[in-house]
Design a protein around this ligand. Structure first.
Ligand SMILES: O=C(O)CCC(=O)C(=O)O
Ligand SMILES: [Fe+2]
Length: 319
């Protein structure tokens, strides 16, 4: 049905053929102009939208990478790493401390190796950790046992196992257990010295040196909050080189619990694996945290070294 004119609309005389043609050409031209204007408007709006999206992604990318777990994996739990080293520029932290030639880091970075400690040794030392930690344990998700000081998490506090259990501690730990710790400590020290080009005899074991056990139980005190980003040199003072020996496997024994270096450009993670040693210079060039453990139990030992002989400690021993 043809369109009806509205009543009351002004009646205009129909244009002649030539005029109609001219008008139709001019209508076509203005329609083309309008269409081209519209498409330009669309292109400009689209470009604006894309620019906004790119800008938003660009601005939130570092945040996403640092906080939301988008990360580069430095060592997967399924692979066997011979020796892997990643150099990073040293922070200025070391300038604020006394320098010890032949030990204070001149080169900074992080290393990983799965070849220094065997799976069997890792299992053995994990049993020592299990036995020790079974004497107490935190109410929250993080328990520690410091073999040197004897500090053991117990409920919401700590006890000293050497005092608390007296001589009966010899029924729990053997001289062989301590020998294994010393042996591991020595090999880790040599590996760190070799990697950073320093002399092994100019670095010393420092405190704390401890077993850690983490699970997904809710934190009850701040001692259970192991996941906060930190710098070991700030947290522990005496550390110059930190090492971690992992005693259980990521994804097999526990979920979550990856170790994360929080670099400016991206997070870099290390997936724990029994027998894996991760070591690094302890300054703020190696800001790090541990992801929350989501299930299972994660065991590790922290063994750290100082360049300052005043902060050195003896190897833990039974006597
Ligand atoms: O267990 C780990 O992977 C790291 C623990 C840690 O950062 C620390 O003890 O300072
Ligand atoms: Fe740390």
């Amino acid at each position: 049905m043809p369109p009806q004119r509205r009543s009351g609309a002004r009646v205009v005389a129909e244009p002649s053929g030539l005029l109609r043609e001219k008008r139709s050409v001019s209508v076509k031209k203005s329609r083309v102009r309008l269409e081209s204007q519209n498409s330009w408007l669309m292109i400009v709006s689209l470009l604006l939208l894309v620019t906004c999206m790119v800008l938003a992604a660009f601005l939130s990318w570092p945040y996403m990478r640092r906080e939301d777990g988008v990360a580069q994996v430095l060592a997967h739990s399924q692979e066997t790493v011979q020796e892997r080293f990643f150099e990073v520029p040293c922070s200025e932290d070391y300038d604020n401390h006394k320098r010890f030639p032949g030990c204070t880091p001149r080169m900074c970075g992080r290393g990983v190796t799965d070849t220094i400690i065997s799976k069997e040794e890792a299992i053995k030392i994990q049993r020592v950790a299990e036995r020790g930690l079974s004497l107490g344990g935190s109410d929250g998700g993080a328990s520690i046992l410091d073999l040197h000081s004897g500090a053991l998490s117990m409920g919401k506090h700590f006890v000293n196992i050497y005092r608390y259990f007296g001589d009966t501690i010899k029924d729990i730990f053997s001289e062989e257990d301590f020998q294994l710790y010393r042996d591991i400590r020595q090999r880790v020290q040599q590996e760190i010295a070799k990697t950073f080009g320093i002399s092994s005899s100019s670095m010393y074991l420092t405190k704390p040196t401890f077993f850690s056990r983490m699970n997904s139980t809710e934190a009850k005190t701040t001692h259970d909050e192991y996941w906060h980003p930190h710098v070991d040199k700030v947290t522990y003072g005496s550390f110059d080189y930190t090492s971690l020996l992992y005693l259980s496997d990521y994804t097999t024994d526990f979920g979550g619990g990856q170790f994360v270096f929080m670099d400016e450009d991206a997070n870099k993670t290390i997936e724990p694996r029994a027998g894996r040693i991760s070591f690094f210079t302890s300054g703020s060039e190696n800001l790090h945290r541990v992801e929350k453990v989501r299930w299972g139990t994660r065991y590790a030992i922290t063994i750290s070294f100082t360049c300052n002989p005043d902060h050195s400690i003896e190897d833990p021993s039974l006597t």
